[in-house]
Design a protein around this ligand. Structure first.
Ligand code: HAM
Length: 424
């Protein structure tokens, strides 16, 4: 039996790659307007990094990590997310000494051992950004405005931004205790997972999709009613500045995140078009994470978008592959040789040109030119060589023009170069 890929880990085939490249290019373009620079970190890290940052009692660390021992018996993990590795690198390379603010973005594969379904995979890709060094609420608003800008730019419309605040180490313990008290009165209604979470990670119960848990937590105390003054003021200011930047949002006081490092602002960009995988992007502030990982006491905020989910949402608006501009249809050895040289010259000039190498009939070559979506086909055979003129056919309307063979390269360059041929 032939070897297949691993369940939940997908090949991204040439027919799909244009959408991926488009989404990646737009991220690079837009994020750089906000001062973000790309960072590339390894896909494998020491397991401890994720246990300490994401949290021992989170689903990611408890159940979903690809962890293994290398030949030296070191426990390593395929990164399940990008924030912890970026912060590890930020601390290790003392990037905080280079500038008081570090604005970083990354694009790459992440790994989580989840049950695969539409929009949820075991190897998936994120485009993420981390803004480190400023706790001003305007940075939260600006980060969200950048995210919103991205969705506008790529033409994904059916999404909405939800925000919440999860408080800080001063007010969260108080809320946690209130929530535990509330949940303890309803444990019999909760699913077995949530009964366990009640003590270890009670906020996650608010996020559970099980019917009983949803009903039991319907009237649960709101985190927003338990914020300390500093967190309330911060959250108010974030909203005020989101309004100033005309970035639409709704408050979702039940939004908790599956990673423990968040403080204050958290957010998700959600959609109704992806079934149960409704978060296309998610993130928040993590003002204690850098110190927790033995770095300086610096605040941070960031987000990550799931590229597979973006591609699914792009759907109809999918970007089409660029098509060859010209196909050389040849008959006879001499014509093939002339065409082969021209093909090379055009390709070096930055023009996508194609020809046949398998001795197909003229009719079959024309069919291939059509299939490839070429704008023009240039016919070159013995007759054309004797006559000194090749025939250029415009595929859209079938019109033909004679072109002197020794001027083909110059004429095609003028006609087909994107910068000079605006009419094509
Ligand atoms: P996250 O919510 O775990 O956050 O993931 C962010 C996004 O990655 C999700 O909204 C989703 O689009 C995508 N995603 C997550 N898991 C999968 C999966 N199994 N298959 C496909 N897509 C998936 C984080 O990862 C944080 N590091 C975000 C962040 C950055 N917070 C601060 N900075």
């Amino acid at each position: 039996m032939s070897i297949t890929g691993i369940k939940g880990m997908n090949d991204i085939l040439p027919a799909e790659i244009c959408a991926w490249q488009f989404l990646e290019e737009q991220a690079r373009k837009i994020f750089s307007c906000y001062g973000c620079k790309e960072i590339r970190v390894p896909v494998v890290e020491k397991t401890e990094l994720f246990c300490r940052s994401i949290g021992e009692t989170t689903d990611i660390v408890e159940k979903e990590m690809y962890t293994f021992n290398d030949k030296s018996d070191h426990s390593l993990t395929l990164r399940p997310e990008g924030t912890a590795p970026v912060i590890r690198s930020f601390i290790q390379h003392k990037l905080y000494n280079q500038d008081q603010v570090s604005k970083l973005y990354y694009i790459g594969p992440m790994f989580r051992y989840e049950r695969p379904q539409k929009g949820r995979y075991r190897q998936f890709h994120q485009i993420g950004a981390e803004i480190i060094g400023i706790d001003d609420p305007r940075i939260d608003a600006q980060t969200l405005a950048m995210l919103s800008h991205y969705f506008d730019a790529v033409g994904i419309k059916d999404v909405s931004l939800q925000i919440n605040s999860l408080g800080c180490p001063n007010c969260r313990p108080n809320y946690r205790a209130t929530l535990i008290e509330y949940l303890e009165q309803r444990t019999d209604q909760l699913c077995p997972d949530c009964q366990r979470r009640c003590a270890s990670n009670p906020l996650r119960v608010l996020d559970c999709k099980a019917k009983g848990c949803k009903e039991a937590t319907h009237d649960a105390p709101s985190v927003l009613d338990h914020l300390c003054r500093e967190c309330t003021e911060h959250f108010d200011a974030v909203q005020q500045h989101l309004k100033l930047l005309e970035t639409e949002y709704t408050i979702n006081n039940r939004m908790v995140r599956g990673l423990d490092y968040y403080t204050k602002t958290t957010f998700e960009m959600v959609t109704n078009n992806l079934g149960s995988q409704n978060a296309v992007a998610a993130g928040g502030r993590y003002d204690g994470l850098i110190e927790e990982l033995d770095g300086p006491s610096l605040p941070g905020i960031g987000f990550a978008m799931g590229l597979e989910r973006l591609v699914l949402l792009l759907g109809e608006n999918r970007v089409k592959a660029t098509q060859p501009k010209i196909f050389f249809a040849t008959m006879g050895e001499q014509a093939e040789e002339i065409a082969f040289k021209l093909l090379h010259q055009l390709q070096r000039h930055g023009i996508h040109a194609e020809m046949d190498f398998s001795g197909k009939s003229l009719k079959a070559q024309l069919r291939r030119a059509d299939k490839l979506g070429c704008k023009f086909t240039l016919f070159l055979g013995e007759n054309e060589i004797n006559d000194g003129n090749a025939q250029l056919k415009k595929m859209a309307d079938g019109t033909q023009t004679a072109i002197p063979i020794d001027t083909i390269f110059a004429q095609l360059c003028t006609m087909l170069d994107d910068n000079t041929a605006s009419s094509l």
